[in-house]
Design a binder for this molecule. Structure first.
Ligand code: PEP
Ligand code: MN
Length: 332
């Protein structure tokens, strides 16, 4: 249940009601809200005078539910926005990992040439082997920050564990929570305690309810700027890296108010399939894409097989524009 308190209800009373109902309190300039488990559906009459309205929800998909707010949330990322009334499809691209200044500069030049705004690159890489390249860490974040200063791009980079969450929050414009970190409550809570946009990737072994409830951890800490990212789930199929759950994307569009970004690179795992898959995604009408591109994918230190080279990226990008128009969206 979501309870919207009156503007006049003071913090002490709000805390008392919240404790009594075993709820979670968001109390700041904008929100005065108590959220309880969806199983708890009763409010004692004595509290009526403090309450503006309440919403009873059937499951713990609550703040993100369309039964609470029946429109896609508007997320501002500095000068651009997605969701809300915008009809924007944000193209985020860049390498899997930042590897050097020269490499990231080449990527930045690609974005500049096309007129894109948002550069991705991982610094803390959640590798499946401890012997593989683990990322440049803080040094990489600082390089990305220099690129932001030089080009004015938004930067997105991922958090792998709670040890560097504060650094990623400091140096990025969108904080990416990787698929393997989706269940890390330390990260979810920490990113919920600030207001920067958070892109939450779906764990490849999690169902839609678990995915959206992970988003609720961030929202219920008070950060309303959450973006969902479908990046493929594990099925019995082994010919592709993962299986992109487009049925799930339809579910998320129908039942949640969070913008949705699709990552076709990690889903497919092989560059040959990425352009077709991305065209299919754009045709669904989505809020953004996350595509890995690299000046020389064969030499990439992580995810070499799935990254597009710049010619492949540009060819795919131009084919997306008319599809975007056909579904009444604008690629930014
Ligand atoms: C990535 O974006 O490079 C990445 C590691 O993604 P995921 O968390 O989806 O595996
Ligand atoms: Mn990657």
């Amino acid at each position: 249940m979501i309870i919207n308190l009156n503007k006049t209800t003071d913090l002490k009373t709000a805390k008392k009601i919240s404790e009594d109902l075993e709820g979670k309190l968001i109390f700041d300039e904008i929100s005065r809200i108590i959220i309880t488990s969806s199983k708890n559906n009763t409010i004692p009459d004595k509290y009526n005078k403090y309450i503006d309205k309440y919403h009873k929800l059937k499951s713990d998909i609550q703040l993100s539910s369309r039964n609470y707010v029946n429109k896609t949330r508007k997320i501002k990322i500095n000068k651009i926005e997605i969701g809300g009334e915008s009809k924007n499809t944000l193209m985020i691209t860049g390498p899997c990992s930042i590897e050097s200044r020269t490499q990231i500069k080449k990527c930045a030049e690609l974005l500049k040439e096309i007129g894109l705004t948002t550069l991705r690159a991982g610094c803390f890489k959640p590798r499946t082997s401890p012997y593989s390249f683990q990322g440049l860490g803080l040094k990489g974040l600082k390089m990305l920050s220099d690129i932001r200063d030089e080009y004015g791009f938004n930067i997105i980079s991922e958090v792998k564990d709670a040890s560097h969450v504060k650094d990623v929050i400091k140096y990025t414009d969108i904080i990416q929570i990787g698929a393997k970190a989706m269940y890390d409550h330390g990260i979810l809570r920490e990113t919920g305690r600030q207001k920067k946009p958070v892109l939450l990737k779906r764990g490849f072994g999690s169902n839609l309810q678990e995915f959206v409830q992970a988003a609720e951890f961030i929202l219920s800490e008070g950060n309303p700027n959450v973006i969902l990212c479908e990046r493929g789930i594990r099925t019995f199929e082994t010919k592709t890296r993962f299986t992109l759950d487009l049925c799930g994307v339809s579910f998320l569009k129908e039942y949640t108010n969070l913008p949705i970004i699709l990552d076709t690179s990690h889903a497919m795992g092989y560059s040959y399939g990425v352009p077709d898959l991305t065209r299919a995604c754009v045709a669904m009408g989505i809020d953004g894409l996350l595509i890995e591109s690299h000046p020389n994918p064969k030499e990439a230190k992580s995810d070499a097989s799935q990254q597009l080279n710049f010619d492949e990226f540009k060819e795919m990008y131009s084919s997306l524009i008319p599809i975007c128009k056909a579904v009444n969206r604008k690629m930014i």
